[in-house]
Design a protein around this ligand. Sequence first.
Ligand SMILES: [Zn+2]
Length: 335
Amino acid sequence: MILSTLEKYSKNFVPTIPRTPTNRYASIILLRETKSYAIFTTEGGEQQDVEQTPAGLSHPEPTTRLVMFKRKQVAPERRMGKALLRQYGIFPYAIQNGQVVFGEEALAIKEHYEDCYLTEGLCTHCPDCLIYGYAAVEGEGARKARLMTDTCFSVRPYELVQKQVKFNVIDEAKHTSGTITEYDYTVPGVFLPAVETTVDLTADEFVYVLGNILRTPRYGKEGTRQGFVRNHVLAIAFSDVELFANLEFTQALYDAFMADDEIDMVERGLSLVDFQKHANSVIETLTQNVAGRVELVTGEELQAILEDVRALNRDETRFAQFLKDLHVRSATFTV
Ligand SMILES: [Zn+2]
């Protein structure tokens, strides 16, 4: 186990990658906050993705919310993790007689893996493939993800978090102004509460997932290189059941804000402080009736874990060894 701060929680992780499920859930409860204009659309969509949902758990009136689909959340984090594996020399690698070899030595072996990329070129043996899963790959079958999440929703209604922006495209060669294009944008400062639930990860695999969440700054429409999003981790919950849906989290926060006279979601909007004020009690309310064991990690204990993950990511030598060890354990895993 790489992080000493996770040692006391070791019973919530598997000692080695398991062949069968054991219900060890670790949920990363977070807020995704736009820090720039962003566009959340499915491929080719002109308008952003929205959905009508009941406003709160105790406010049944319908409200239209901005949505961020599951793939839009997890794909950037997977890409970040894979880029790290490349950066730290995990590729190319080969597996020979149960041993993992890297670099030149790997290239000399006929069956080696030069890279791993979404969606066509998944190698099926690296930490990314074993944690986030993959659809059927020839000769390898499919692997179920050990990380689950679903669509997340803005707390405030769509009308308040969106803006139409018109651009007059200037043709530089002809010095003429061309067509006016209109874009549908999410404004900065929009919060999307989300939970990423991992199941049956080793402590080190969990550290890899958490690192990817802390490192990934850009989400939204692919190819635009925009949409700076800051992920704030509010809590980690260990349990033997799944806890709550992202929508329920958003709705429970909405209820809490409606009941708070100091918060005006329409006129003033929401700030991180508002979420920090209510998050703990909302999470406790949502988890108190689940049919299973729950252990919440918040406050100083949470900050210690997050700082431990950040420190590991800053320390090049230690991080390189961590990724290498993680990869060796993934690549030597056999069903
Ligand atoms: Zn892979």
